[in-house]
Ligand binder design. Structure first.
Ligand SMILES: C[S@@+](CC[C@H](N)C(=O)[O-])C[C@H]1O[C@@H](n2cnc3c(N)ncnc32)[C@H](O)[C@@H]1O
Length: 508
């Protein structure tokens, strides 16, 4: 058996089935070694027998726990993501206390709690907010890695785990013991820990209205898009309407779920479950395309991210394919269409040739169903923006965003419209949302840089323009066509460099 042989490939498939992971080709030698190790440790009598047995195991099987021990990334620390913890304390907790006043109980889940630092940080933060003893705050920490959970239940931590913990919090909640720190027993008692594999659907645990707030940070980035979709659906089903979901900063729900509103406070993003009275937009069709990631954890994800889905966003996939020139990357297989595709190609061609009015006429001649078609609507908004019809463009963007709040392209165009209307605050807000939702999208950073320079914030301008310069070099040709305002990549790079020089960034 060789590392790149069919056994390792089968092992990778089975790991995706039992743990949900997307494991890239770069990990093949490590997977091969783990396969040999587990086949030997389980005395399976051979690789084939081990693989056959693994194919019959469920997500909670002891062998899956052993594999999780060898494969999961458990890096974490106390008070990680201080901005999100402030949003938790100052927005989510007060909001949920308002909603749960009759019951006087809050339930919080740390999904993928690793060695417990996140769950205990939530307990520490909640103690400062929920001071009335008649309230009960229960925190549940779940994880698939048994060693991490064992460490969590000990409640003993090194200085490394406390590297972001201010001295006063350390003194109040930890007792030094040799080279370690022992967590306050009352904080420990507020958290219950258990083994749970997020890919397993256990209706007794994932009951509707079970949690007010869920933290699931730096977990779903390791999953395949389909697994991420089903895990988020499970979490969404168990959250109370109006409940909050916090993901890691490199994880977004774009293209994954329509169950949530995007919230942006305390310089961070998080989600709030739609109330049942909210109209939930139609759910997204299944897709084999990857969720875009800021820091893709593996090489396969990075390769797949060349797809047009991550380039422009789900709602504009088809436009992106149409906008592709012959020199661009080879076409990817389109997702299964959910409705008869409108022919947008002629309008895209006219956009390429900057014949905006004619392109609009073509769009106007499409069947009336095009008004519900997100791709046609986004193209319409692009054309209206390029044709300086920004009020109309804004209306179209508002329609797109009311159906899909997580459409990065529509947020970016909305930013241009708001700036034109003199509302620079809202413009920056939409740019930030676009940049968060699609971490590879250069234009919102360029626009944020220009806005910052105009208000005299040269440090911020330098940061955003530097980011834009970096992303523009790799930006997809189709996205430059759609969102570059008629400029070529080179022209946009030149603009970025000269703006950076004007901000004092001499080396550009
Ligand atoms: C990088 S840690 C994140 C810890 C913490 N949430 C944070 O952000 O600091 C990821 C954790 O997710 C857990 N995890 C990965 N896949 C899981 C699954 N299928 N079910 C439950 N936990 C999982 C890992 O075992 C690991 O402890």
């Amino acid at each position: 058996m060789t590392a790149g042989g069919p056994e390792t490939a089968r092992f990778r498939e089975l790991l995706t089935r039992v743990l949900g992971f997307q494991l890239d080709a770069g990990r093949t030698p490590a997977l091969h070694d783990l396969l040999v190790e587990r086949a030997t440790a389980t005395r399976s009598g051979g690789i084939d027998t081990y693989l056959m047995r693994l194919s019959q195991t469920g997500p909670s099987d002891p062998e899956v726990r052993a594999l999780a021990d060898g494969l999961t990334v458990t890096e974490t620390y106390f008070l990680r993501g201080a901005d999100q913890l402030r949003a938790f304390s100052e927005v989510a907790l007060p909001d949920r206390m308002g909603a749960q006043r009759p019951a006087r109980a809050l339930r919080i889940l740390s999904a993928g709690c690793a060695s417990g630092e996140e769950a205990y940080s939530l307990a520490i933060a909640a103690r400062a907010v929920v001071t009335d003893p008649s309230w009960k705050v229960s925190i549940v920490g779940i994880d698939v890695n048994p060693s991490a959970l064992a460490k969590a239940s000990l409640g003993r931590y090194s200085t490394w785990s406390l590297r972001e913990t201010p001295a006063d919090v350390r003194e109040r909640y930890f007792r030094p013991d040799g080279r370690e720190f022992v967590l306050d027993p009352e904080v420990r008692a507020a958290v219950s820990l258990s083994f749970r594999n997020l890919i397993e659907d256990d209706p007794s645990f994932w009951r509707p209205d079970s949690f007010d707030i869920v933290f699931c940070r730096n977990v779903v980035m390791y999953f395949t898009p389909d697994v991420m979709r089903s895990v988020i659906a499970r979490i969404s089903g168990a959250l109370c309407p109006g409940g909050f979901l916090f993901l890691g900063h490199a994880e977004t729900l774009r293209g994954t779920s329509q169950d949530f509103h995007l919230r942006h406070t305390h310089e961070t993003f998080y989600y709030q479950r739609r109330e049942s009275s909210d109209a939930t937009p139609p759910s997204l069709p299944p897709t084999s395309s990857p969720q875009p990631r800021a820091e893709a954890p593996c090489a396969t994800a990075a390769l797949d991210d060349i797809s047009w889905v991550s380039a422009i966003g789900r709602a504009s996939t088809r436009i992106a394919q149409l906008a592709r020139t012959s020199q661009d990357l080879p076409p990817r297989t389109p997702d299964a269409p959910t409705r008869p595709a409108l022919d947008l190609q002629p309008a895209v061609e006219l956009l390429r040739r900057e014949r905006f009015a004619e392109a609009m006429d073509l769009l106007g001649a499409l069947p009336t169903t095009s008004e519900d078609d997100p791709e046609a609507q986004l193209l319409r908004a692009v054309l209206l923006t390029n044709g300086s019809r920004l009020r109309e463009a804004e209306q179209v963007c508002a329609q797109i965003l009311s159906a899909d709040e997580l459409n990065a392209g529509a947020h970016y165009l909305m930013a241009l419209c708001r700036e034109h209307a003199g509302d620079r605050g809202a413009a920056a807000e939409h740019d930030q949302m676009a940049a968060y939702l699609d971490p590879g999208f250069a234009m919102p950073h360029l626009h944020l840089g220009l806005l910052a320079r105009r208000r005299g914030d040269l440090d911020q301008a330098g940061l955003e323009l530097g980011r834009a310069l970096d992303l523009l070099a790799r930006e997809d040709a189709s996205r430059i066509l759609l969102f570059g305002g008629g400029f070529s990549r080179d022209a946009l790079l030149t603009l970025c460099r000269s703006e950076l020089r004007a901000c004092g960034g001499g080396s550009w």
